[in-house]
Design a protein around this ligand. Structure first.
Ligand code: ADP
Ligand code: ZN
Length: 718
């Protein structure tokens, strides 16, 4: 038994740098890497994770504290290693990273136990003889004999009478854990295994070989057009991993938006599938976690946080829709689940299988590409038409209006995408030009008519929609631009009938629990209608009866000052096109834009992802962007602009990264009442850059100017 444990106390401050040594005595038998302990720390009792054990300590053992006791489920050692790697890779702290890999509930959630009743041998004999029992007692024992052990609440008798039978030795009452079951989300799921197409076979073969330990490639990119049957390839790869006694991890962008994928895994593999996501209650999530940790469930499906699922003998990691930005975590550590998945697969010797119709340039360069060039049923991809809006008089192009009318006449379905929620983008005073702005951020407030409020989309600040101007008192407020709320209202007034509903899907409409699923189900169930929404409508939904896809203001994503703007615009249009024409009626896509010649929009209209990737890779190479360099963004923020800039300047001086380009300090717009200043690092040697930034940040947070500002590091910013 080791004499000492190195424990990382789970505190969030950057200033605390563990691990710290604790002395183990006899009652800590079995403490190992991953054990969670309660430890005394700066006069408090804190939960910590053991990161190493040792026979010696550099500190005098007499001065070392002893742990207070265990603190819930242990973290599997491979996840401890993953967390420590993540802390470095994302310039965070071990404590923050370990917090992500702990069992749900941070040591406070326990298995739910209920009282079970079971017939004893004496009980059986008493039943056979039938003597000395009241009719009620007879009934209870008979029920137990029929059903075996059962929860006491199901035994059909009051607790007191069960106790009396227990005392007489005729049955035993014991507390046993039960599973809190999440509701299965099988949307249109069927468990039958179809015969693979020749293309699917060809794509699957090298993956199966890799799972069997053959072939050179272990990391794959399944580049297949929308509807090409990628999910079926994942399913059969997962089956192979299970057959070999291993387990599989399947990451999806957002559960609420991809219920079909989850449903198909559940339909195929039943209880072997555990689902982990934030929509589950704490108890349900904990039980699913335990099922995985115990090896009862061997497939985990979930969004980015599921990359930390406690799977044994991991043999396959699937990243579905790998282009999706939701894989990036916005809290500290700002990890990218795709990169973490890659690391985890490599450490476990598992096969990585990422898939998308619009893969990232990074993945195209790094992974072995497998292709599914056509849709499963050989249906063509829908034709895409670009509508030039530069001279448009109305929000809807005449052709778009006509196409929507046609869909209604044919009792079909349409999806309309506008990547901006709310009623109008900003408000101004017609008399004096005043613009309504967030008091905490330097951005305009967005009008939401249904709530009668104007809202900041950055910090959530919200106030009553104005009736007059606060500076000149004029009652003339102009509304500029249109968001999904307004488009929904206009389409509803122009088109909707009881059997042609107009539904909306965006972050506002999806606010309540299950609201997203309900909207999607309503659209699925409706015989015809329109679904309006933000990028949420372009995710992997499979509605075979959608015949029209309409993108409004397609260049809105291009106007972001971000090197990924082209990639995002291309993906959004191509993904929306992927929702249209999946059924026998075929389909078409219309794209309204002010930039009809933008290469990303042109390529999307041609369904030309190879052409797009080629041009994009060339551009990135020329400009020194990923995948040809790594980006690290550091943002210093403080209530006063001076302090933020001073912190960024001081940090800049501490950064010494040979061969890297460091841009800034550059001011960013004020956010949540804090002035911000940014440094951006472009480096070819990623490891060296990350290490240098980590060291600089540590030195910086210890300095006076560093303490005056807070700091966030984003490796691979989105
Ligand atoms: P993707 O994930 O590439 O968009 P899906 O896996 O959702 O495509 O497949 C589209 C549809 O085709 C689904 O309804 C799926 O059940 C069906 N499908 C997939 N593979 C086959 C096959 N080999 N034979 C028949 N149908 C298939
Ligand atoms: Zn704000």
């Amino acid at each position: 038994m080791p004499a000492f444990a190195q424990v990382e106390p789970l505190v969030t401050t950057r200033a605390v740098r563990g691990p710290f040594d604790y002395r183990l005595d006899d009652e800590h038998r079995g403490v190992e890497v991953g054990t969670t302990l309660r430890v005394p720390f700066s006069g408090r009792s804190i939960v910590g994770v053991v990161t190493a054990t040792a026979d010696e300590s550099a500190v005098d053992p007499e001065r070392l504290a002893v742990p207070l006791g265990r603190a819930g489920d242990p973290v599997p050692p491979d996840l401890v290693r993953l967390a420590l790697w993540m802390a470095e890779e994302y310039c965070s702290t071990p404590a923050r990273a370990l917090g992500l890999v702990m069992a749900p509930g941070a040591g406070r959630t326990r298995p739910r136990r209920v009282l079970h009743a079971e017939l004893t041998v004496a009980g059986r004999e008493a039943l056979a003889e039938g003597r000395g029992l009241t009719p009620g007692q007879l009934a209870v024992l008979e029920r137990l004999r029929e059903l075996g052990a059962m929860p006491a609440t199901h035994a059909g008798a009051a607790h007191g009478s069960l106790r009396r039978l227990d005392v007489r030795g005729l049955l035993t009452l014991r507390s046993a854990p039960v599973r809190r079951r999440p509701v299965a989300t099988s949307v249109g799921a069927h468990g039958l295994e179809p015969v693979l197409s020749a293309e699917q076979e060809a794509a699957l073969a090298p993956v199966l070989a890799a799972i069997a330990g053959q072939g050179e490639d272990r990391r794959f990119l399944l580049h297949g057009v929308t509807g090409s049957g990628k999910t079926e390839v994942y399913l059969q790869a997962a089956a192979a991993a299970l057959e070999r006694g291993g387990s599989a991890l399947v990451l999806v962008p957002e559960i609420a938006l991809t219920p079909q994928t989850v449903g198909r895994f559940q339909a195929r593999f039943g209880d072997t599938v555990a689902v982990l996501h934030s929509g589950l209650g704490q108890g349900e999530r904990y039980d699913e976690w335990r099922r995985l940790a115990a090896g009862e469930a061997r497939i985990c499906v979930g969004p980015r946080s599921a990359v930390f699922a406690p799977l044994w003998d991991l043999q396959l990691v699937v990243v579905d829709e790998e282009h999706d930005a939701s894989y990036k975590h916005e809290g500290d550590p700002r990890y990218d689940a795709r990169r973490v998945a890659e690391r985890r697969a490599a450490e476990a010797g598992a096969v990585l299988l990422a898939g998308s119709a619009t893969p990232r340039p990074e993945s195209v360069v790094a992974l072995k590409r497998l292709r599914l060039p056509s849709r499963v049923d050989s249906r063509p991809l829908p034709p895409v038409e670009i509508l030039d809006m530069r001279d448009a008089a109305h929000a809807l192009h005449p052709l778009a209006r006509e196409a929507l009318g046609e869909v209604r006449r044919a009792h079909g379905k349409a999806i309309v995408l506008l990547n901006r929620r709310g009623w109008s983008n900003f408000l101004s005073c017609r008399t004096c030009g005043h613009v309504w702005q967030c008091p905490e951020c330097d951005v305009a407030l967005v009008l939401h008519r249904s709530s009668g409020r104007v809202t900041c989309h950055h910090c959530g600040h919200s106030e009553r929609a104005p009736e007059r101007c606060p500076s000149c008192r004029a009652p003339s407020v102009a509304r500029h631009g249109a968001g999904t709320e307004r488009v929904e209202a206009e389409l509803a007034s122009g088109l909707a009938t009881p059997d042609f509903p107009v539904l909306r899907l965006d972050a506002d409409s999806a606010a309540g629990k299950d609201a997203t699923a309900r909207t999607l189900a309503a659209f699925q169930a409706a015989p015809s209608g329109v679904l309006v929404g933000t990028q949420m409508v372009a995710k992997g939904h499979d509605f075979p009866d959608v015949t029209l896809g309409l993108v409004l203001d397609a260049d809105s994503t291009l106007r972001f000052p971000d090197f990924r703007a082209e990639e995002r615009t291309f993906a959004l249009i191509a993904q929306l096109a992927g929702r249209a024409g999946r059924g026998p009626a075929g389909g078409r896509v219309l794209v309204q834009t002010l930039a009809p010649d933008a290469p990303s929009i042109r390529a999307a209209a041609r369904h030309d992802s190879d052409g797009f990737l080629e041009g994009e890779l060339e551009r990135r190479r020329a400009l020194g962007y990923p995948p040809y360099a790594s980006l690290i963004r550091i943002v210093c923020s403080a209530p006063a602009a001076g302090a933020a800039t001073a912190a960024a300047t001081a940090l800049h001086a501490l950064l010494n990264i040979p061969g890297a380009m460091i841009l800034g300090p550059a001011p960013l717009f004020r956010l949540r009442g804090r002035e911000r200043s940014q440094l951006e690092i472009r480096a070819h040697d990623r490891t060296a850059a990350v290490r240098a930034v980590g060291a600089a940040v540590e030195a910086h947070t210890a300095s006076a100017v560093g303490r005056a500002a807070s700091l966030s590091v984003d490796v691979d910013p989105q």
